[in-house]
Design a protein around this ligand. Structure first.
Ligand SMILES: Cc1cc2nc3c(=O)[nH]c(=O)nc-3n(C[C@H](O)[C@H](O)[C@H](O)COP(=O)(O)OP(=O)(O)OC[C@H]3O[C@@H](n4cnc5c(N)ncnc54)[C@H](O)[C@@H]3O)c2cc1C
Length: 416
């Protein structure tokens, strides 16, 4: 089998690239391969599968006839085990070989499992795929309590889902705050308070030193000797790009597939996008994994257009933090720098802890570089645009701080 465009991975990055390719090249042969035996779905829905709020069949990213209507071959339930960039072929786990003209690696990431003493003897779950969510859902229906290691975005979401399924939930985090890569300490403290007031136990600043399984109970030993136990254990301590199958491909990888601003890898007819790609950040040239849907989608689009022809090429602006987080009827988001130690940084914080409203704006040389907010009437889309456009707010900064929604809209109207 031979195809013009071969896409490995049918999630946010792969599908966004596919849309871009089809828009620019309507008739070319395109093949999409997914290791999972499901229709494409968004991992963001997995916590809701765990709580039972939604069903797997309702998490689809595309309708089932989507590929057929586009004239695209969709091969699912089969993983790519090897890529040969000399012969331009990929090998599948079932022995098939597919030749390609251009290849996109959009294989995403898996849960990163830390090395903890005893981990091999304990039955634990992690959450990245539909199969993971279904397994956790099944375990939770037989459990009364759960321990979650890691209070990042996914760990906190999972904690709420399990709690809403009726379990007693404890969360353990090594950093001194919850969601350390998404929120500053003050916002994190407010989020933590809401979780605790709702009945979830959260221990921050505690490292797990050992895991023990005893008569079905998972016992988590902390660095101060304290123990926390539960009927089930979920480990949510970060992600690891899916690059094992590229080991002998000659494609440069280092904590992800290294790409430039057009998502090109070190091999001329191979691109990478999404959680597997290591690319420069919006605020620095240091490479990182985006780790969010906005990054994956934009990288996929950039790669797809670049794959078609040079004239469609454009540069990806770099990974910019953007998280939205709904929890216990509250809404928080953060965009751009979570904190800044730049000497020119100026921070404006407004807080009403009683009603749990919070906002934090960071400016550097009168340019907005970061926002985080809880339960504030703000427009994340506009704030993201102001950051991406490096908009000079010097003449409006005071108005912006007083009335960010209205002033932000006014500035955007003028920019358009
Ligand atoms: C529980 C959870 C909640 C999240 N919530 C949010 C959120 O609210 N907001 C947000 O912005 N982000 C969120 N994220 C992160 C977001 O889902 C990811 O950033 C995004 O899915 C990345 O998309 P991707 O296409 O790069 O990779 P993935 O979504 O990881 O998909 C990669 C696909 O490639 C397939 N694949 C892997 N290896 C192979 C192979 N060898 N052969 C064939 N196929 C392969 C995989 O099976 C998978 O289907 C969440 C993630 C999780 C797990």
């Amino acid at each position: 089998m031979y195809t013009n465009y071969l896409i490995i991975g049918a999630s946010h990055a792969g599908l966004s690239a596919l849309d871009a390719i089809r828009r620019c090249d309507p008739d070319a042969a395109v093949t999409v391969i997914s290791a999972e035996n499901t229709e494409p779905y968004s991992p963001t829905a997995l916590p809701y599968v765990i709580s039972g709020k939604t069903q797997p069949e309702r998490t689809g990213l595309r309708k089932s006839d989507y590929f057929e209507n586009l004239g695209v071959d969709f091969i699912n339930g089969v993983s790519v085990t090897r890529v040969n960039t000399t012969t331009n072929e990929v090998m599948l786990v079932d022995g098939r070989t597919i030749g390609y003209k251009k290849l996109l690696v959009a294989s995403g990431a898996s849960a990163l499992i830390p090395e903890i003493s005893g981990i091999d003897e304990v039955d634990f779950a992690s959450i990245r795929t539909m199969a993971d969510a279904q397994r956790i859902q099944k375990q939770s229906s037989r459990a009364d309590s759960a321990v979650i290691v890691g209070a990042g975005f996914i760990g906190m979401h999972t904690a709420e889902s399990l709690f809403k399924s009726g379990l007693k939930v404890s969360v353990i985090e090594a950093f001194d705050q919850v969601m350390p890569t998404s929120f500053d300490p003050q916002a994190s403290e407010l989020i933590k308070t809401i979780f605790v007031e709702n009945g979830i136990s959260i221990l921050t600043g505690k490292k797990v030193t050992k895991l023990i399984e005893n008569s079905g109970k998972k016992i988590v030993v902390l660095d101060d000797g304290e123990t926390v136990s539960g009927d089930m254990l979920v480990i949510s301590t970060g992600i690891k790009p899916n690059i094992d199958f590229l080991a002998e491909s000659g494609i440069d990888c280092k904590a992800g597939v290294i790409v430039d601003k057009r998502m090109r890898t070190s091999v001329p007819n191979v691109w990478a996008a999404g959680d597997v790609a290591s690319c420069s950040q919006f605020f620095s040239q240091n490479k990182s994994i985006g780790g969010t849907i906005p990054c994956a989608t934009e990288q996929g689009r950039t790669a797809g257009m670049d794959m078609v022809e040079d004239r469609y090429a454009r540069e990806y602006p770099g990974n910019l933090n953007m998280n939205t987080f709904g929890f216990f009827d509250n809404f928080a988001f953060s965009i751009g720098k979570v904190t800044s130690d730049a000497s020119n940084a100026e921070v404006a914080i407004q807080t009403d802890a009683e009603k749990i409203r919070f906002s934090r704006f960071t400016f550097e040389d009168d340019v907005l570089t970061g926002v985080s907010a809880i339960n504030k009437r703000l427009d994340p889309g506009i704030l993201k645009e102001l950051i991406l456009r490096r908009t000079d707010l010097s003449s409006r900064k005071n108005d912006f701080i007083k009335a960010p929604l209205e002033t932000g809209r006014q500035v955007m109207r003028e920019l358009f």
